[in-house]
Design a protein around this ligand. Structure first.
Ligand code: NAD
Length: 300
């Protein structure tokens, strides 16, 4: 069998197109422009790349982007004061604090200081609780993107066996909640799971969010299963020249593509969906804050 390759890049472009269209209608019909504030503390190079890219996509979708770059020695009190101002600012509908934060800050205190309605990352404890109890929440972008791809591919997910590998608060746990919300039978596997291959072999849907390059092997996969690879790992690629690297997922793409029914590639799978869902969440937050109808299919 040769798996269908799920084109996350094309799907994300469609989502961004719908967001852009809805933003234009909001402006024309209500004079409202959604605004996303991104806060970066410190000079982590990867975070700087992410923040730049988020700002660019926000503007391309017709929304306002507000970037706040603070030095690494900013105190937590100063950051909390900025979040207070953004919480109160009517032009800001979404607030994202780029993680990781410097060691002297308490990540939970900072995230929980964001007004839940503006928490477009969906990490605030209230949004976590709302998602877990089936209430309307802001949903973390990466798992939301995975769910959208799964719904697009399969329609109804009810009754399917899903295995999520990884139990992080930003991917694994919310992914499992979303699949449960769609009535899958969900198993969360993690670093202490006994006989991971046997657990994965049960799955109709596998979501790998581990951070270990090419860990999931073709022999683990039930023939025809759908495999969503969240992992982004940089590995040496001497075949491209000395010192060169390349990106791979948590899934051994070549081996798994021969067995699975469908698979997301890395790059070009989950990654582009994450940013598309950030834009979708900003739009959703804006609509909710203004009491306007939410766009269909851009959140759960
Ligand atoms: P994390 O380190 O917080 O969590 C990793 C999880 O994997 C842990 O729960 C751990 O129990 C589990 N794990 C570790 N070793 C394991 C093993 N041998 N067997 C089974 N489980 C094991 O990571 P994270 O933040 O959830 O990210 C996971 C991966 O997804 C990373 O590669 C990250 O770069 C990537 N990621 C991608 C996007 C995207 O937009 N595509 C977004 C977030 C994270």
């Amino acid at each position: 069998m040769s798996a269908k390759i799920i084109d996350g890049k094309a799907f994300a472009a469609r989502i961004r197109g719908r967001v852009t269209e809805h933003v234009a209608n909001l402006k024309a019909g209500h004079g409202i422009t959604p605004g996303l504030a991104v806060v970066l503390v410190g000079e982590d190079p990867a975070s700087q790349v992410y923040v730049r890219s988020k700002g660019r996509h926000t503007v391309e979708a017709g929304m306002n982007s507000y970037e706040h770059r603070l030095p690494a020695d900013t105190s937590e009190a100063e950051l909390l004061a900025l979040l207070d101002r953004l919480n109160a600012d009517p032009a800001v509908h979404g607030i994202l604090v780029q993680l990781p934060l410097p060691d002297h800050m308490n990540e939970s205190s900072v995230i929980n200081a964001i007004r839940p309605e503006k928490d477009v990352d969906g990490f605030h404890i209230l949004n976590v609780g709302r998602l877990a109890t089936g209430q309307k929440a802001m949903v973390p972008c990466t798992p939301l993107g995975c769910l959208m791809m799964l719904r697009d591919l399969h329609g109804e997910l009810s009754g399917r066996e899903a295995v999520v590998i990884g139990r992080s608060n930003i991917v694994g746990k919310p992914m499992a909640q979303l699949l449960l919300g769609d009535s899958c039978t969900v198993t969360i596997a993690h670093s202490r799971t006994r006989d991971l291959p046997a657990v994965v072999r049960r799955a109709d849907i596998v979501v790998a969010a581990v951070g270990r390059p090419q860990m999931v092997r073709g022999e683990w996969i039930r023939p025809g299963a759908t495999v969503i690879d969240v992992g982004i790992n940089r590995i040496p690629a001497p075949e491209r020249g000395s010192g060169k690297t390349r990106l791979v997922g948590d899934v051994d793409f070549e081996g798994v593509a021969g067995v699975a029914g469908a698979i997301t590639p890395v790059p070009g799978g989950v990654g582009p969906m994450t940013i598309a869902c950030l834009l979708a969440n900003t739009l959703t937050a804006c609509c909710r804050i203004h009491g306007l109808a939410e766009p269909e299919g851009l959140t759960v």
